[in-house]
Design a protein around this ligand. Structure first.
Ligand code: HEM
Length: 545
């Protein structure tokens, strides 16, 4: 509109002037000037209206005024065309310009990015109840049985019940202790496999992922599956989890422009449905098998299961004695998927970074091994009971999660009502990203923030645990929506790491250059997978059997 008017005005002027030169008549000259004034006025008014409309959308005064500042976007697509692939770094750069809280429009969706610990505290502690919701993308809704898992269920009685089942019943020390032998079996198998590959390069992330998946499958449904079936399902699940995260990490046009959702232009919804149909068939077969085992005779089923696994705990909730089901079948399956997907890739990513940092800092690996030799000894295998006696190794994992937080922007939080953060309004339904990656590198809070120094977690114990009470350190989030699997993540990662370091020496391939760059996706992974070579450390061959 504005461009048409300017064009017309220029043409009017040029046509008018040429006519003026030609005719040079006074009366006609007067009418030209009047017309010019009218056109100019229309142009000025139109310009003023356009500027007003534009500024009222982006300014910091009035109703929308209290929105945080942020870069200007384009009509319809907002800031989408300007996003850079490494969002955590791009958001950190923007925070240098616009401050610790700024806004963006992705399509017509308002997003706010927070990059300071004090504002993170306001969101995750002071106003936690308002911000304790997530906005599920379409792929997540499909894959979580219609959003029936913990992560996507809105705050309310269902979410509380699911969280209670997972945290209190499945992740309690008592129930994790009860299935320690299910983890031990898998760790010992891993040691045997690595020993068989001595001197050959190993893709460490792959080894860790396969071991974790095996461990989690063991804990989920233990002895229900025959060994060959377990291997087949393990291989397929691995592929599926990869695809699941790939789809969740993709920008889906249907999420940005819901009006286009029925068209599913990228086929993401269709692919997500295929994945969940496949996983559902497996869950059905395992659950039916377990119910059959229980029907044959409770005693037999209990004897078959070496320990109480998660499926047994979940089925107990499904079949409440009063006949009322506390858990629906959809919720039960969604929980199984939460543990499987939430527990594997996150922990794998963390441990691959630990090894990468140790390759960069060999003295860290040496100190960790010295600690293990003192606590475990060279003639014993690492046991879970050793973990609490390994403060240095624990600090190595903490420092890794500081420099490489697996979910660097957390899962976007979504306020259930408008709320003031800092001096700005965050409207209901905004997607709020917490840039934990930036907070973990804040020089005000951390000395030499880009250095890998595990000792900092031994020196000052300023609440730098995983509970999210110190807002300078939030690898698992904080508040109501803090990670529900911390205790399992800690046990699995420490046990596996301690065993791999105690049993083997690890080296980069000859002439290989270490690359520590990351790649932003749903998780902050190593851009180039780490390949390292093991050699045995322990003198007794029996310890590898
Ligand atoms: C190193 C390993 C892990 C890391 C770094 C990690 C990190 C996180 C983070 C950052 C969140 C989101 C918090 C937020 O947005 O505020 C989260 C949520 C969650 N995690 Fe983990 N996680 C890990 C392992 C696990 C494991 C092993 C499980 C499964 C047992 C698990 C299950 C969950 C669940 C169910 C949620 C959703 C909680 C809710 O919305 O109430 N995570 N995790």
């Amino acid at each position: 509109m504005i461009f048409i008017l300017i064009n017309k005005f220029i043409r009017f002027l040029s046509d008018g002037w040429s006519w003026w030169w030609q005719a040079n008549g006074e009366a006609d000259g007067k009418s030209f000037i009047i017309q010019a004034i009218v056109m100019l006025s229309i142009l000025i008014i139109t310009l003023a209206i356009t500027i007003y409309v534009f500024l009222s959308k982006t300014s910091t005064k009035g109703e929308t005024s209290s929105l945080p500042p942020g870069p200007r976007g384009l009509p319809l697509v907002g800031n989408l065309p300007f996003l850079k692939p490494d969002l955590h770094r791009y958001f950190s750069q923007l925070s240098q310009i616009y401050g610790p809280i700024f806004k963006l429009h992705l399509g017509n969706k308002l997003c706010v990015v927070v990059s300071s610990s004090s504002l993170a505290k306001e969101i995750l502690k002071d106003h936690d109840a308002i911000f304790a919701n997530h906005n599920p993308p379409i792929a997540a809704l499909v894959m979580a049985y219609g959003g029936n898992d913990i992560l996507w269920t809105p705050l309310g009685p269902d979410w509380r019940m699911l969280r209670k089942v997972l945290v209190r019943d499945m992740m309690s020390n008592k129930s994790l202790d009860a299935c320690f032998n299910l983890r031990r079996e898998v760790i010992q198998q891993m040691v045997r496999e690595v020993y068989a590959k001595i001197g050959t390069p190993i893709h460490i992330g792959e080894l860790i992922f396969i071991t974790l998946l095996d461990m989690i499958m063991n804990m989920l449904w233990g002895g229900t599956l025959k060994p060959e079936e377990k291997t087949r399902i393990g291989v397929e699940f691995r592929k599926t989890i990869g695809e699941l995260f790939f789809l969740l990490g993709k920008t889906n046009i249907s999420d940005i422009f819901p009006i286009l959702a029925p068209l599913d232009l990228q086929g993401i919804e269709r692919k997500a449905k295929n994945i969940i149909t496949w996983a559902d068939a497996i869950f059905d077969s395992v659950i039916n098998e377990r119910l059959k085992m229980e029907a044959i005779g409770e005693k037999q089923s209990k004897d078959d299961l070496k320990s109480k696994d998660f499926l047994e705990i979940l089925l107990k909730f499904k079949q409440q004695e009063d006949g009322k089901a506390a858990l629906s079948m959809k919720q039960l399956k969604a929980l199984l998927l939460d543990v499987k997907s939430g527990g594997t890739d996150t922990t794998t990513t963390t441990l691959e970074w630990v090894f990468a940092e140790m390759m960069q800092n060999p003295n860290v690996m040496r100190k960790a091994q010295e600690e293990l030799d003192k606590v475990v000894g060279m003639s014993n295998k690492v046991e879970e009971s050793h973990i609490s006696m390994l403060p240095y190794l624990n600090a190595v994992v903490k420092e890794t999660l500081r420099l490489h937080p697996v979910i660097p922007l957390l899962v976007p939080h979504c306020p259930s009502q408008s709320c003031t953060i800092g001096r700005f309004t965050i409207p209901k339904g905004t997607n709020v990203f917490l840039n934990v990656w930036k907070i973990h590198r804040d020089p005000e809070a951390w000395e030499d923030p880009s250095e890998f120094l595990p000792e900092r977690f031994l020196r000052d114990n300023n609440g730098y645990d995983y509970k999210g009470n110190n807002f300078n350190y939030l690898p698992f989030g904080s508040g109501r929506r803090i990670c529900a699997g911390i205790s399992l993540a800690e046990r699995m990662s420490m046990y596996m790491l301690a065993t791999l370091l105690h049993s083997f020496e690890w080296k980069l391939l000859e002439n290989a250059e270490l690359d520590l760059s990351d790649e932003f996706g749903l998780m902050l992974k190593k851009r180039i997978p780490l390949v390292i070579t093991p050699t045995p450390r322990l003198s007794k061959v029996e310890l590898y059997k």
